[in-house]
Design a binder for this molecule. Structure first.
Ligand code: BGC
Ligand code: BGC
Length: 600
């Protein structure tokens, strides 16, 4: 062993490894020594489920190292039992490969295990940012880990430690907030808790900290855009989340689509290798984003050469046979690049060492199949209670005239209005069952805000509902739930964040009745409120709370205090964006950290 190690270090030295070698692990070295070049490249290959669905034998043929479910890759039965069955059957194929290296499976469980029907959907990160509560975020991550493991999967593409600096960006809600300190604190809590005390425990899930780096800082908030700033600013604003996550034991980081000063992250050797691996001592592996290397050059082989040499360890390849830039092509090209000495063997070995190290630390070789006890717990009452508590603490009170809130449970009549009031899909937002999310009954289980209000009030309280506010009577109290319809990356970028005309009209119509109007805003970011804030008697920013609408009613009726604080400065107008805490001139509608309480 010692000889092999010394030999490795010499070879590594002579051929000039890009990253400092990770500390040798004898299990890794023994396995690595048995691998052919093709088997090594297989470990570096992550295929999308939709690409291998009908070519599952390719998993064996190419000794594929990893499978992901992208936002739009579907299986036929999306209940936890259905996922577990598909997971187990795919994982079984790894036992048919020569070296029987288990595959690692990744999924976007970004607010609970949100692709699974019946799983608990938690508030998106922006709401968790409003809680300011690292312990609670840890609880959320723990339950999420259990619900992921219930499907066999052991790797989540979360937490997102983006520091969203421009609300035009459609991924603002995936960020904990605009302040790097808050992001680092909650990101660290998330990593620690989702990965558990030890990564080898049956209930632990590997975190993927994403997207490295500065995805939230692009000019005009354009998704996959260009972040323009000097290195000191980059380190100060966008890097603390990674420093904290690595300290917390993060062993996987996803590289970002965006550029920094015109250079795409996936080709940035300085940031991936020199800073992340060498300076920060990151000993895990880097995975690319979805087909992201394809953006480095017109020629696919060149993109592979550039990204692997820059320090990328595993490549997320969404396409199967016949498609442009598919996994078979990737494997062939990378093997050629090694033979042509354009990618050094030491770089391949470094990548595979990192991937295998993580697989060993996860004890994947022993814990390969789904623990069905966990499957049965997906969406359980106990899990939902944790989400409900997260919802309670995520709400931010922006206005409360005449101490309208909390409402009395004995109020004689309440009229609930707005298209978000009875709409689980709108409560959940993007990355819920479907990639972009959807309006309506997207998942099973959970409580809409309307149902939650009905659950909460006294027997004698009359609750009526209309989407457009018609039917409210004088003497009613109105609760209006409006906001943004679901969206996710790419499709959520906006030039105008004003409330829709229809939403504003509902509030105005109710105000015209001379009754108190409590507005609950469902949105992935601060919106431009115009006259609606004035028209409302009380106003709550509820972000994207997820399936547990009961948490909203708990706060409306005083079963819970309202404690949330703004994770973003709230802009007055679109022209004012970007407006962030620490700006030289700073005059937002509501400052960062704002949030009224019922007592003050
Ligand atoms: C997103 C990532 C996500 C990946 C896999 C990408 O388009 O940027 O956040 O993890 O797809 O679905
Ligand atoms: C993936 C996204 C990707 C999109 C493109 C989804 O399945 O998860 O990451 O950007 O498809 O269509």
């Amino acid at each position: 062993m010692k000889v092999a190690l010394t030999l490795f270090l010499c070879v590594a030295f002579v051929s000039g490894v890009h990253a400092k070698p990770v500390k040798a692990d004898s299990r890794v070295e023994t396995l690595l020594a048995k691998m052919t070049l093709e088997e090594k490249i297989g470990q570096m290959t992550q295929v999308d489920y939709s690409a291998i669905q009908n070519n599952a034998d390719d998993l064996i043929k190419y000794s594929i190292g990893s499978i992901l479910w992208g936002g739009s890759s579907e299986i036929s039965d999306i209940h936890a039992t259905g996922w577990a069955a598909v997971y187990d059957s795919l994982q079984r194929l790894s036992e048919k490969t020569r070296l029987k290296v288990p595959m690692i499976f990744g999924i976007d469980a970004v607010h609970g295990n949100n692709n699974v029907s019946g799983a608990v959907v938690f508030p998106h990160n922006i709401g968790l940012g409003a809680t300011r509560n690292a312990k609670l975020v840890g609880d959320v991550a723990r339950v999420t880990a259990l619900e992921i493991k219930g499907t066999g999967i052991q790797w989540t593409f979360a937490p997102c430690v983006a520091v969203a600096r421009n609300e035009r960006w459609g991924r603002t809600y995936e960020s904990f907030g605009e302040d790097p300190t808050l992001v680092a604190k909650l990101g660290e809590a998330y990593v620690k808790s989702v990965q558990g005390v030890k990564l080898s425990y049956k209930t632990s899930v590997l975190a993927s900290v994403k997207h490295f780096m500065a995805d939230g800082g692009t000019t005009n908030g354009i998704d996959q855009g260009n972040t323009e700033c000097d290195e000191a600013t980059l380190r100060k604003i966008h890097m603390p989340g990674y420093v904290a996550a690595i300290k917390a034991g993060a062993l996987n980081i996803m590289v970002s689509y965006n550029s920094w000063n015109g250079v795409k992250m996936h080709g940035n050797k300085y940031l991936m290798t020199d800073v992340l691996k060498n300076e920060l001592g990151f000993r895990g592996f880097l995975v690319s984003d979805w087909a992201a290397i394809d953006q480095l050059d017109k020629d696919y082989k060149t993109t592979i050469e550039k990204s692997i040499n820059a320090g990328l360890d595993m490549v997320m390849i969404p396409n199967g046979p016949g498609a442009k830039n598919n996994y078979a092509e990737f494997i062939t090209f990378l093997a050629e690049l090694v033979k042509e000495q354009k990618v050094p063997m030491s770089r391949i070995d470094d990548a595979v060492r990192r991937i295998l190290l993580v697989k060993f630390e996860m004890d994947l070789f022993k814990n390969m199949y789904t623990d069905k006890k966990l499957t049965a717990e997906v969406g359980s009452k106990a899990h939902r209670l944790v989400a409900r508590e997260a919802v309670r603490q995520s709400l931010v009170l922006l206005k409360n005239d005449a101490k309208t809130l909390p409402l009395s449970k004995k109020a004689p009549s309440i009229h609930v209005a707005g298209r978000g009031a009875d709409n689980i899909g709108m409560q959940c937002g993007g990355w819920t069952i479907a990639w972009q999310g959807a309006m309506g009954n997207v998942t099973e289980g959970g409580t809409t805000i309307l149902q939650a209000i009905r659950n909460t009030v006294s027997k004698n309280t009359k609750v009526t509902y209309s989407a457009d506010g018609s039917g409210a009577a004088s003497g009613d109290i109105a609760i209006v739930v409006v906001g943004e319809e679901p969206y996710a990356e790419m499709k959520g970028d906006r030039e105008d964040l004003s409330l829709s005309k229809d939403d504003a009209a509902v509030v105005d119509a109710l105000k015209a009745k001379g009754i108190p109007v409590v507005v609950v805003l469902l949105s992935g970011r601060p919106m431009i409120l115009g006259s609606t804030l004035e028209a409302s008697t009380a106003f709550i920013a509820a972000w994207l709370p997820g399936t547990e609408g009961q948490g909203v009613a708990d706060v409306l009726f005083g079963d819970a205090k309202i404690t949330g604080k703004l994770p973003h400065s709230w802009p007055r107008t679109m022209q004012q964006i970007p407006v962030n805490i620490g700006d030289k001139t700073y005059d937002p509608l509501f400052p960062y950290g704002f949030g009224l309480t019922y007592t003050k």
